[in-house]
Design a binder for this molecule. Sequence first.
Ligand code: NAD
Ligand code: UGA
Length: 453
Amino acid sequence: MAFDKRILCIGAGYVGGPTMAMIADKCPTYKITVVDINPARIAAWNSPNLPIFEPGLDEVVQRARGRNLFFSTDVDAGILEADIIFVSVNTPTKTFGQGSGMASDLQYLEKTARQIMRVSQGPKIVVEKSTLPVRTAEALDHILNSNDKGIRFEIVSNPEFLAEGTAIRDLQNPDRVLIGHHQTESGKVAGQAVVDIYAHWVPADRILTTNVWSSELTKLTANAFLAQRVSSINSISALCERTGADVEEVAQVIGRDSRIGNKFLKASIGFGGSCFKKDILNLAYLCQHYGLPEVASYWKSVVDINEWQQHRMVGRMLEQMFNTLAGKRIAVFGFAFKADTGDTRESPAHTVVRDLLAERACPVITDPKAMKEAQHDLADVLSLVQFSDDPYEAANGAHAVIVCTEWAQFRTLDWKRVYASMEKPAFLLDGRNILDLSALRAIGFEVQCVGKG
Ligand code: NAD
Ligand code: UGA
């Protein structure tokens, strides 16, 4: 079949895979190829067992794969034939050298840019899909357009706002799509080419265009604002626990103020995920770099509160459980960073397990989708941790249960059965406020949750 356009995405991860699957589904006359240097990941994208769990993803991939959606490890071939190249490689926090622990590690992005420059035989639009420090497009421009073949590359920024667990819904019906382009004639043409892709299914008034720097910075700002709301409500949760106020009541009432809004006000054991922390640290690093230390420390405090919130959970268990957890079996319900994903990156459960181990407790982890990831994350302490697919088995003989992920399955467990199998007194800390505490108390549990005295 002759395709109208050839689109390549470099990076077949949590963003590249679902985003391109949606574009392929909505634009059947475009050929979409997703490439990655990780052969196992590509093999999984080509198999019935996709490499990530995301509700609704299987159906979208099945409709398009082999028709106009292709997964491959041949990066060069993909570059050669593409008109538009989305770059969706990972941009983790740097762990070495200058900016270590805060700045973005841009080595994967730069390698990709150099490969595009080396392999290309004609002009292309290169789209920043990864989340990047503001002004990265300048560096990309510089590298790509330093080629000696006379080829002109145009850089467009198109950050992704999907959340894991709801990626398909978010992609299908986005609040907005953001496209940043240079304000030159060729920049406008390139920006319009990316607008044209989304216009296949996103209403025109939801496709917003800005200059490139605004687009890059908007992505970091959006994540910083979302994470800030979680840290704000979590900071109040601690005050609620001391004063007898109820954080859910507080959140519900402030959320009714239309200026505040009711989303992202759920108190928890802290936010996780691969991006909030890294993007805020990156934002803070940028502020420092541009001589704004006060702004940097303002944003950094959002991460500091989150870390404090995660660590204080085991402290609360310790206090309630007679100041010792040593040798006690503790069932950890959920290891994913949120429900409906198998992703465990920066999961608060990870902090909880490490804190339990520091107290010489014996954690037993159960999670409906993230067991493999949990074992991978805890590879250095595998002999100290147990894993069970069955929450009843995990809780059997335990002194306490701590709920770390808001999986729907945990709400509907037979909690009488869980209680009957546990050591007494049986303690429970609901780190997600998903359970009916009065029912649990009636069963006999000694219960704590987040933000209620
Ligand atoms: P990921 O780690 O799941 O995927 C990145 C992929 O890029 C990996 O499979 C890796 O092998 C591949 N890769 C790295 N270098 C490569 C190269 N030179 N050539 C080919 N492939 C290469 O990461 P992700 O979660 O998909 O995130 C990607 C970017 O999107 C990040 O910048 C992230 O901040 C941003 N983002 C992520 C989310 C999310 O929900 N995960 C949402 C919005 C934005
Ligand atoms: C977040 C943003 O929501 C996306 O818009 C963005 O594209 C993405 O980061 C990214 O750049 O990677 P994600 O991390 O997948 O998406 O999931 P969220 O739903 O934002 O949840 C993040 C964390 O905050 C989770 O651990 C969640 O449990 C926690 N959270 C969220 C709360 O504790 N309370 C809330 O009210 C909301």
